[in-house]
Design a protein around this ligand. Structure first.
Ligand code: SAH
Ligand code: SF4
Length: 355
């Protein structure tokens, strides 16, 4: 069996692991510093760490279990990586450049079981969850790639919006968040991290209870159950009322603003009527709501769905705004390199005749 990545351990887990094996406490800080601040390529590069500790680490862990299979760079600076996992599965990670910093979109599962009808990721059923190490590695791989360029660039933001449903892999997601947020290491601010869920209501309670200051985004995509169920079958298990109850709990507990993602699907959910319904749904807590309108990226296998045209998107935006809802339109990055979720992976898999 391949050894796990050391990046999967939170600071506390690494502390327990090392001290349980008779290592002194200060070694933890040394190792953590080499991993996340100096970002070594091998355990042997940890120069002030004693031989015995290095051997112990080498016997039980590796740094990277994933390798770069492919990389595409877009004209706007977006970089899309395809990583190969130890078991041969492929996952994708995207680096996007914004005026506020560099944001990385990470994948949390191989495939996705939620099966939203418009999404490329859902075409492949989940074959497994990613380990926390495999999620952290995505950030480390990208950061090390930036380090090599020598321009001192740093990943400053993370969106958990790649393939998979993060709340269906909750423990590993949380460990990942604790690692990247740790101020002794990568120190990526919780407020700079966003987790997107398709609406697993019971996990929204659990997420609120962790007390973590990470932002929450909910893929709402439709303002009523009939329409939502027709495009997201998860709405049967967690209909809008259940979801909004979980939202109430989250808001009460955290007082943090929630982003509602709304994909603009031509003639499906983009009428004025739906904008009015959406505004109504959110009106009670509109001071803690932000609607992100996402122009749909067409997926070959879902040709039934098309992107709403820009006038319709603009009109939808104006209606929401007119009703006092904070909102914006997410114009895409990396349009020339299949930067929408699951698209590069699904194309590569097809080329390899995997699907
Ligand atoms: N599973 C989680 C997170 C990953 S998807 C979720 O669904 O929230 C991240 C966002 O991208 C979701 O809002 C999802 O609905 C959206 N998305 C999926 N396919 C898309 C496509 N082809 N074009 C635009 N957005 C898409
Ligand atoms: Fe899964 Fe999110 Fe795609 Fe739905 S939109 S199938 S939850 S990745």
């Amino acid at each position: 069996m391949t050894k796990p990545s050391i990046y999967g351990l939170t600071y506390e887990q690494l502390t327990d692991w090392l001290t349980d094996r008779g290592q002194q406490r200060f070694r933890v800080d040394q190792v953590w510093n080499w991993l996340y601040k100096k970002r070594v390529a091998t355990f042997r590069d940890m120069r002030n760490v004693n031989k015995q500790t290095i051997e112990l680490l080498e016997e039980n862990f590796v740094l990277h279990t994933t390798e770069e299979e492919m990389k595409q760079e877009s004209k706007d600076g977006t970089i899309k990586y395809l990583f190969k996992l130890a078991d041969g599965n492929l996952i994708e990670t995207v680096l996007m450049r914004f005026n506020y910093g560099l944001s990385v979109c990470v994948t949390t599962q191989v495939g996705c079981n939620i099966g939203c009808s418009f999404c490329a990721s859902g075409l492949l059923r989940k074959s497994r969850d990613l380990s926390s190490g495999e999620i952290v590695e995505q950030i480390m791989n990208v950061q090390k790639d930036l380090d090599e360029k020598g321009a001192g660039e740093r990943v400053s933001h993370i969106v958990v919006m790649g393939i998979g449903e993060p709340f269906d892999n909750f423990t590993n997601l949380m460990d990942f968040l604790y690692v990247v947020n740790d101020d002794r290491g990568l120190n990526i601010g919780a407020r700079h991290i966003t987790v997107s869920t398709s609406g697993l209501a019971h996990k929204i309670y659990e997420f609120a209870d962790t007390g973590i200051q990470v932002n929450l985004a909910i893929s709402i995509h439709a303002p009523n159950n009939e329409l939502r169920t027709s495009i997201m079958k998860i709405n049967k298990a967690f209909p809008i009322e259940k979801l909004m109850k979980a939202v109430d709990y989250y808001l009460e507990k955290t007082n943090r603003r929630i982003t509602y993602e709304y994909i603009m699907l031509k003639d499906v959910n983009d009428h004025e009527e739906e904008a009015i319904q959406l505004a109504k749904l959110l009106e009670d807590h509109r001071h803690l709501a932000y609607v992100n309108l996402i122009p749909y990226n067409t997926v070959d296998e879902h040709s039934y769905y098309q992107r709403s045209d820009s006038e319709t998107i603009q009109a939808f935006f104006e209606t929401l705004k007119g009703k006092g809802i904070h909102c914006g339109v997410r114009w895409e990055n990396g349009a020339d390199i299949d930067a929408a979720c699951g698209q590069l992976r699904s194309k590569q898999m097809k080329k390899k005749n995997v699907v």
